[in-house]
Write a protein that binds this ligand. Structure first.
Ligand SMILES: Cc1cc2nc3c(=O)[nH]c(=O)nc-3n(C[C@H](O)[C@H](O)[C@H](O)COP(=O)(O)OP(=O)(O)OC[C@H]3O[C@@H](n4cnc5c(N)ncnc54)[C@H](O)[C@@H]3O)c2cc1C
Length: 358
């Protein structure tokens, strides 16, 4: 998925789209501005929250100019689906609940059709250090037939050339009630908007808004994250520990590096080929420098401790990422960002940087 690069071909003239019928058919969403034009809104971050906010803005004010900026080559942020040898691996959130789904699809002109979980996924297990306790699931998980990635792809179609990928915001200022935003890249670009919406990771929001609150810069540098990994195990379904259900979490305070097991192929159809199973284990790593073999070994050892089983899997896949720590520094950062959100007219901050839950 790469940016279509068609933004220059479709222009807005006197409130109407030029080449109107073609533009309207292909890109029913907002149109990008003329060069040098002050935009009505810039959204920074094309994760689920930024995409949702951009679509909501477009639905409320379809004739206003809007750009969504993100350094990644595809929209979706931490949400990413990857296919490997017939297995469908979610590299971010595994599922959304009905409320999250409704918020994300509400303003989509052509939302993908969600799928429900399989009947056996209405419960999970808590590992208390010696045995597994069966617990009902609080909220029913939902996804899409070919994975959660269907959602950002649908947002991409709806936003068309208003989505500008491969560019990061590197500086924000406020001048005369407007927001000049500097974009990095081979050809640095300056854009200006009357409204600015940040849907960014906490650290990025704090760094970019440091000019508006001198405490934010030092706080951003003190934010901490810990290295984590997903280990995907795939193989013969008969190898799967016979528990079924959504998955397993350790009890609070349990001494283990394994923070979650999801029985992916038992929760949604099409996560593995017929007769095969897929598990996703999330691990806290001690320093992130461990070799993949050591991470896989740790995952197998902990799975055996949780379930008593030591299956042989054909697929071993490690995906590393960082989880931000939700500590006192993060809380202070969020408080300061919330204050800016209320104090600076035209500035909106959503997502992790405001402490929203998705
Ligand atoms: C591995 C993983 C697993 C997760 N699992 C769950 C789960 O099970 N359940 C759940 O509810 N949530 C989960 N989350 C969190 C969830 O992914 C997010 O809360 C959700 O997708 C909404 O994301 P967002 O849009 O707020 O932020 P993100 O998805 O983080 O998007 C932020 C965007 O900002 C962009 N960005 C960064 N810097 C700049 C810049 N300078 N300029 C412009 N754009 C920039 C990034 O590229 C990214 O696309 C998980 C996150 C991760 C990483």
């Amino acid at each position: 998925m790469v940016n279509s690069g068609k933004s220059d071909t479709f222009r807005r003239v006197a409130g109407e789209y030029s080449k109107s019928s073609l533009a309207k058919i292909r890109y029913p969403g907002p149109m990008p501005p003329e060069p040098g034009e002050t935009l009505d809104m810039i959204v920074l971050g094309a994760g689920l929250r930024g995409l949702g906010a951009a679509l909501a803005h477009t639905a409320a004010a379809p004739r206003k100019t809007l750009l969504v900026i993100d350094p990644l080559p595809q929209p979706g942020g931490s949400l990413r689906t990857q296919r490997t040898n017939g297995y469908l691996c979610e590299l971010g959130p595994f599922a959304l609940d009905a409320e999250q789904l409704a918020a994300a699809t509400h303003h989509l002109p052509q939302a993908p059709t969600p799928i429900d979980a399989l009947p056996g996924a209405d419960h999970g297990y808590v590992f208390d250090g010696s045995s597994l306790q069966r617990v009902p699931l609080e909220r029913a998980p939902r996804s899409f037939r070919t994975g959660l990635e269907e959602l950002p792809q649908a947002c991409r179609r709806a936003l068309g050339p208003a989505l500008r990928l491969g560019r990061a915001a590197i500086a924000i200022t406020v001048a005369n009630g407007e927001f000049p935003v500097e974009l990095g890249g081979e050809v640095p670009t300056a854009l200006t908007a009357r409204q600015l919406l940040l849907a960014l990771p906490l650290r990025t929001s704090a760094r970019l808004l440091a000019g508006l609150d001198p405490h934010l810069g030092p706080l951003a540098e003190r934010l901490r994250s810990e290295p984590r990994a997903f280990v995907f195990f795939g193989g013969d379904r008969r190898q799967l520990p016979t528990l079924g259900g959504y998955g397993i979490v350790p009890a609070d305070g349990a001494d283990t590096a394994l923070t979650e097991v999801v029985h992916c192929s038992e929760v949604f159809a099409n996560r593995a080929l017929p007769g095969r199973c897929l598990l996703r284990l999330e691990l806290t790593l001690s320093n992130g420098a461990e070799r993949d073999e050591a991470v896989i070994q740790l995952a197998l050892d902990e799975l055996q401790r949780f379930t008593g089983a030591r299956p042989e899997f054909g697929l071993h896949k490690v995906h590393r990422f960082e989880r931000d720590l939700d500590d006192a520094v993060a809380a202070e950062c969020r408080t300061r960002l919330r204050a800016l959100h209320g104090r600076v007219p035209g500035l909106t901050i959503v997502g992790d940087a405001r402490g929203d839950t998705l």
